[in-house]
Design a protein around this ligand. Structure first.
Ligand code: PA5
Length: 444
């Protein structure tokens, strides 16, 4: 993985990014020494290097049980409890899931919304399928996930019987607290622990991400290896100019200070759509607080060049973009020649589709830079487990540094509670009587 910030640096006064060196060093030190805000959530920092082959083997063994006994596995989780797994599985899978040449179970994601149609349609589909469930919730009490799990548990037990259901339901949750833990212990489900000191959005390299990724048939050891190598490449003793996470954190803070309030993450591969979603959560929840923070937005190009392209090229000049570019596709396809050339495309005949894509990418970068959009470029060699592992840790480490430079606690998310409090009050959840009365008064 490589980072190039030259087309962003050109929008800043000479030496601006370099001027962040001392702040970045302080942030790195605060992370290492555990002296930053949110220091009880730093378990992600040296997580990759702490993962043992034995732990990977344990996850793979559980994955095998699900693979051997299920045609589909539903991953129930929301936010940090599903976005990482979804991102990795999508990036590695056949874009059109049904063509996937694999005997692995189909991975479905649920528990991330409260859509009645969504859940009804899921249940209808699952009625005809031998399915298992990975119930992922750190708190063990998240409403979206809990409602979904209640439905799935019942259906699984009704269709497979309680004993067999036990074999194919796995919990990933807190060691001691929460309803998901209570249920897992009482029912005797296999369970994995989400470490106390790893927040949801930093948890993809815990069983939260590793188990679903392994069930989908991917090499979690290679994923972890990529993250381990990036842990080394972004370590505190790596010089500022050579540390990609430090450079990215410094550059985006410099751009923010220069009035660039919105960052768009860009990909040119549909498989990376959920990288956008994972990244938006990582940066949005980490930095958007205390009235501060870059707004993380994301687009899929070239698709969105035909929708958001106008705004990006010509709208308010408060944005910068970070492009994740994949050097080599995993397949090869060329534009065919056509004797009649009715569509006038013979000038492309014999060229790889990826070459056209790359020219679109380059052309877009030049146009956007001309239009006043600073551009950072993250290049990954190809979409495989190792490279995605690198990308994960690169963004996580940069996020920690960036949030500290911004002056916020990057590891909490107090704002997420506001909607929950109102929802519970409106639904008359026990314990919310006072809030219920207040909200009813307000709605009169
Ligand atoms: O990053 C976070 O902390 C959140 O997005 C959580 O992951 C999300 O709210 C789900 O929480 P839980 O795992 O407790 O169900």
């Amino acid at each position: 993985m490589r980072l190039n910030i030259s087309n962003a640096g050109q929008f800043l006064a000479a030496g601006t990014v370099e001027s962040y060196e001392a702040q970045v060093a302080e942030a790195q030190k605060a992370l290492e020494n555990g002296t930053c805000l949110g220091n009880d959530f730093l378990g992600w920092l040296h997580l990759p290097s702490s993962i043992t082959p034995e732990f990977i083997a344990e996850i793979n063994a559980t994955a095998k049980v699900l693979q051997e006994n299920c045609e589909a596995v539903v991953v129930a989780g929301i936010g940090g409890s599903y976005l990482g797994a979804r991102m990795v599985i999508d990036a590695l899978s056949n874009t059109f899931g049904w063509l996937k040449p694999s005997n692995m179970p189909r991975i479905l994601f649920a528990g991330n919304n409260i859509g009645e149609d969504y859940l009804s349609e899921l249940i209808d589909y699952l009625k005809g399928v031998k399915f298992g469930v990975i119930n992922i919730s750190k708190s063990g009490t998240t409403t979206e996930t809990a409602i979904t799990f209640r439905l799935l548990k019942k259906l699984c037990e009704d269709t497979r019987g309680k004993e067999e259901a036990k074999k194919v339901i796995v919990a990933v949750t807190d060691a001691k607290k929460g309803a998901a833990r209570t249920t897992a212990d009482k029912e005797g489900y296999k369970s994995f622990i989400i470490p106390d000191n790893v927040g949801g959005r930093f948890s993809v390299l815990t069983p939260v991400g590793l188990l679903p990724i392994a069930v989908a048939g991917y090499d979690i050891a290679a994923l972890v290896k990529g993250a381990q190598d990036m842990e080394k490449a972004t370590a505190i003793d790596v010089p500022f100019a050579e540390n990609p996470s430090a450079q990215y954190a410094a550059c985006r803070n410099a751009l923010y200070k220069a009035g660039k309030k919105i960052e768009i993450l860009v990909n040119y591969q549909p498989k990376l759509h959920n990288l956008n979603e994972w990244w938006k959560q990582l940066y949005g929840e980490s930095e958007g607080k205390d009235g501060k923070g870059i707004f993380p937005a994301a687009v899929d190009f070239t698709t969105d060049l035909h929708s958001m392209g106008q705004w990006i090229q010509d709208g308010e000049r408060t944005i910068f973009e970070t492009v994740v570019s994949v050097e080599k596709p995993n397949t090869e396809l060329k534009v065919p020649s056509d004797a009649e050339n009715l569509d006038g495309l013979n000038f492309l005949a014999g060229k790889r589709i990826d070459e056209v894509n790359k020219m679109a990418e380059l052309g877009t970068k030049l146009a956007h830079v001309d239009g006043g959009v600073p551009n950072m470029l993250v290049t990954v060699e190809k979409l495989d487990e190792y490279n995605i592992g690198q990308l994960i840790y690169f963004f996580e480490k940069a996020c920690g540094i960036s949030g500290i430079i911004l002056g916020v606690n990057p590891f909490n998310q107090p704002g997420v509670e506001a909607y929950k409090k109102n929802m519970f009050a409106l639904l008359n959840k026990p314990g919310y009587e006072k809030e219920s009365a207040a909200i009813q008064e307000r709605l009169k």
